[in-house]
Design a protein around this ligand. Structure first.
Ligand code: PLP
Length: 456
């Protein structure tokens, strides 16, 4: 049996820049619109929520943005992260494919999310911000921001989607260990939360509702800002350290991907591994297939509409053009909590529309089958979200076996599942069920899309 191989980069190879794909896009992103006037937003419209340095990154067209020294110093605690060649998984699948995975679970919070949490905490600290308010689904983002807040001396308040708050007490405990305050959403602490609870006191929450609550609190005070863990351009930008390292590691291996696979909730870990490769392709480099994998129970890229929509349920955020299921869409309480967002990053949506990426949706039982097969071969227990990428990569490898072609597959193993073992318990007990929607069900939340006359 061949053992799996680990490719490690020296600390001196830690990226010095974040890569901004906006410099290389064949067509610019559609503008972000003001929720009231439907006119493109300017920096001042976003200033109540974000520090200027992050707003500048949000709209930047510069190809390389320098990573500040203090952020690189924190990254160095766990970066560069390892890249593995999954030889034991290849053997188990009897595939001629070469399967590589980039492992982001080695960060203190156990996922890719600290890559942006640390950067966001740094820029907010520089701007004199005292407190950051945010939402979290499964708790990965909340615990990452809590970690970053503790390092930079910023207070952190987290609205956690109710269903995860009840299902995942360990993530809540992790946030509290880092010193954050965690509140189940919908809560009675905000107008948006109270409005939801009046209609349904047992509401299990959604990311859209938790975002409304966090934005509402952040907008009330000058020393308090909002932080988002995915979706926005600057978040995707910060994650590009993943792909830049993977390019260097595959060079060490003397290989190059034919296919790149990532799971998509809001799109940030997917963008993080994909964008540096795709940028090189757009500048004339080798072509790849790029596959986004999402849950069938929250299928924004495969079954949503590409339209202007709100980022939150109470309609406090600007309008962005993205693949969306409608801002009032509440997915069932399935286990990949990080993949329950109604929309998709505008940048990832744009790439899909340009035909530069593909998307597939899988039901959760098949996704856990893949995750367990991976754990038994490679030893790492993936987060339920990451199981979607594992499933996507395994299906590509099986196709290689059927075609008799030895392609190179790269996927992002964006986090470990150590805080998600209840999901595995439920899987082994046969308690996971698959949910898929009829067109009528999907049409309901889409009927509420705002009527926007698209800017010419
Ligand atoms: C948050 C999270 C996701 C989903 O968010 P993206 O922005 O799409 O990456 C996926 N996997 C893990 C482990 C997460 O923590």
């Amino acid at each position: 049996m061949s053992d799996s191989i680990k490719y490690v980069l020296d600390e001196s190879r830690l990226p010095r820049f974040w890569y901004n794909i906006c410099a290389d896009l064949p067509q610019a992103l559609p503008p972000v619109l003001h929720p009231g006037t439907h006119k493109p937003v300017g920096p001042d419209d976003l200033a109540p929520l974000f520090p200027m340095a992050l707003i500048a990154q949000e709209v930047s067209a510069e190809r390389e943005i320098e990573i500040p020294g203090p952020v690189r110093d924190v990254y160095r605690q766990w970066r560069p992260t390892p890249l593995y060649r999954a030889r034991r998984l290849e053997a188990a699948l009897q595939t001629p494919a070469r399967i590589y995975y980039k492992y982001e679970g080695v960060s203190p919070a156990g996922s890719h999310k600290p890559n942006t949490a640390v950067a966001q905490a740094f820029y907010n600290k520089e701007a004199g911000v005292k407190k950051l308010v945010t939402e979290t689904g499964a708790g990965q983002w909340g615990s990452s921001l809590a970690f970053a807040g503790a390092l930079f001396g910023i207070e952190v308040q987290v609205f956690m989607v109710r269903v995860s708050y009840d299902q995942k007490p360990y993530r809540r405990a992790l946030m509290e260990t880092y010193g954050a305050r965690c509140i189940a959403s919908p809560s009675t602490e905000t107008r948006s939360g109270r409005a939801i609870l009046e209609r349904n006191p047992k509401h299990t929450g959604s990311l859209g509702i938790a975002i409304s609550e966090a934005v509402e609190v952040a907008a009330q005070r000058d020393d308090t800002k909002y932080a988002l863990g995915s979706v926005l351009n600057h978040v995707l930008l910060h994650q590009t350290v993943i792909g830049q390292e993977a390019i260097a590691q595959l060079e060490m291996a003397g290989d190059f991907p034919d296919v790149i696979v990532g799971c998509t909730g809001g799109g940030s870990n997917f963008a993080g591994i994909v964008l540096p490769f795709l940028g090189a392709q757009l500048r004339g480099g080798r072509k790849m297939r790029i596959v986004a994998v999402e849950p069938a129970a929250c299928p924004s890229l495969t079954r949503g509409r590409y339209a202007y929509d709100f980022g939150d349920t109470a309609h406090l955020t600007p309008l962005t053009k993205m693949h969306t299921l409608g801002s009032t869409f509440t997915p069932p309480g399935f286990h990949a909590g990080g993949l329950r967002y109604h929309g998709m990053a505008p940048l990832v949506s744009h790439l899909k529309t340009l035909g530069l990426i593909e998307a597939v949706a899988y039901p959760q039982v098949a996704v856990f089958d893949a995750g367990v097969q991976f754990a038994r071969a490679e030893g790492i227990v993936p987060a339920p979200e990451a199981n979607h990428a594992v499933k996507g990569a395994i299906d590509e490898a099986i196709r290689c076996r059927e075609d008799g072609v030895a392609r190179t597959i790269l996927f992002n193993l964006c986090g470990h599942g150590h805080f998600d073992m209840q999901a595995y318990i439920d899987y082994f007990a046969g308690r996971l069920t698959d949910h898929s929607y009829s067109e009528e069900e999907l049409a309901m939340a889409l009927a509420g899309l705002p009527a926007v006359a698209e800017p010419a």
